[in-house]
Write a protein that binds this ligand. Structure first.
Ligand SMILES: [Zn+2]
Length: 426
């Protein structure tokens, strides 16, 4: 057979093959092959298997490219199913103030926090949002992400939420990472509605959601279900209104306490319940029974210094499919790196490397309802892949760039610069 991209000489190749999602004990099977190769034609995988079989079965088409993995690991392109990457301004100064002892409440009282991001975002031009978003997506690409979710949610008024969704649509066409777009008008009650939360809820349900659906700007509807933000009843109203308009449901649930979000996810059949730092036995069972993915965001728990991480072991052992995401955002999602999320999953949440890898590929693709096309290296799926510059555990070294090359739809879209070699002449 013919291929226009062939990756050979993978010391280890992890297919992470379906059926999706991989839950319970199946999450630990990442489909490891050794001395392996993968090949694609026009973006679609035509071969995955041993190097020896590849040499016999696959021929390189004229103008095609052969990539030598040089014994490094090959894994599916990472899928990041939870980001807030569209916002204006930076709050890295607040990070330093928090490290020096100020609380989030102190910073918010002085005009910082999410209110500051909302003000900056409302003022920003769409070009500025696209430029900033494209820089953040490039960072994600260099860490191996080939598919990502992007939420609105820092506009909190019809005009600014639509501006964010239009920026997401522009970005989807302008760079290699495939985007799944989510409307999160119910991210927070904006300052001008603090005295009348019901009025804001009605704005989201009666005006924003229909406008977003009419314009075809979002695939998903999300809500921040948390103490002091949206109650479980309000969250359910938002998600059901979205579902009625054809927007699929996902939810921010149980980040700061057992505040009912996981139960709402199960009740409305949300594809994913995100954060789930807290989950009692009853909530874990509800998620398992509804088939909802628990998308865990350990970098958020880390940077917010929550003092605990999601109970990944209990979730996996109960048969809940677990995915991982970065939670890129201006207030606590400072790392765009899925390998960093995997590292925290392994060292703070007792997950194995294979479980973390499946969580970042096949199960994350399932969390975005894309597991039929991406998230694993299987014949007929899209070739999205990452070549690691060494054995797979290179991904867990923290802060060391481990990704050597990234492939999206069968094309090389990013390559690390070659290591420095002194070019001495005798
Ligand atoms: Zn979030």
């Amino acid at each position: 057979m013919l291929a226009d991209l062939i990756i050979t000489n993978a010391g280890e190749l992890f297919t992470c093959q379906g059926p999706a999602p991989r839950a319970g004990a199946r999450q630990a099977d990442a489909g490891r092959l050794t001395h392996a190769a993968v090949a694609s034609l026009e973006g679609r995988i035509v071969f995955v298997g041993s190097d020896a079989d590849c040499r016999e079965a696959v021929a390189l088409a004229a103008g095609g490219r052969a990539v030598d993995a040089a014994g490094g690991a090959v894994v599916p392109g990472f899928v990041d199913p939870h980001t807030h990457l569209l916002y204006a301004g930076s709050r890295l100064d607040e990070l330093r103030r928090r490290l020096a002892g100020e609380t989030y409440a102190d910073i918010a009282a002085a005009g910082g926090g999410i209110v500051r991001t909302v003000a900056d975002t409302r003022e920003a031009s769409i070009d500025r949002l696209v430029d900033d978003g494209s820089r953040r997506l490039h960072e994600m690409l260099t860490c191996g992400t080939t598919t990502a979710e992007v939420k609105s949610g820092y506009g909190l008024c019809l005009e600014a939420e639509l501006k964010l969704l239009h920026a997401a649509a522009a970005l989807a066409k302008a760079q290699p990472i495939e985007l799944a777009i989510t409307f999160l008008g119910a991210h927070e009650i904006p300052p001008e509605f603090r005295g009348d939360r019901e009025a804001y809820l009605e704005l989201v349900i009666d005006e924003m959601l229909p406008a977003v659906a009419r314009a075809g700007l979002a695939e998903w509807c999300d809500v921040f279900c948390e103490q002091g933000v949206f109650t479980p009843e309000e969250s359910r109203r938002v998600l059901e209104a979205g579902l009625a308009l054809g927007l699929k449901a996902r939810i921010h649930a149980n980040e700061l306490g057992s505040t009912g979000g996981a139960s709402v996810a199960a009740a409305v059949g949300a594809r994913s319940a995100d954060h789930v730092v807290f989950a009692d036995e009853n909530e874990v069972r509800q998620l398992a029974e509804s088939g909802t993915v628990a998308t865990l965001l350990p970098a958020a728990a880390f940077y917010l210094k929550l003092g605990r991480f999601a109970p990944a072991r209990a979730l996996i052992d109960a048969g809940v499919p677990v995915a991982l995401a970065t939670d890129v955002n201006p207030g606590g999602g400072f790392s765009p790196s899925i390998p960093f999320a995997m590292t925290l999953a392994c060292f703070q949440m007792e997950m194995t490397f294979e479980e973390a890898l499946v969580a970042s590929t096949l199960n994350a693709a399932y969390a975005l309802d894309r597991a039929d096309r991406v998230g694993s290296l299987e014949v007929d799926k899209q070739l999205d892949a990452v070549i690691v510059g060494g054995p797979p555990a290179e991904l867990l070294r923290g802060g060391v760039p481990a990704v050597r090359l990234v492939v999206k739809r069968g094309a090389v879209v990013w390559e690390a610069p070659p290591p420095f070699r002194s070019d001495r002449r005798e």
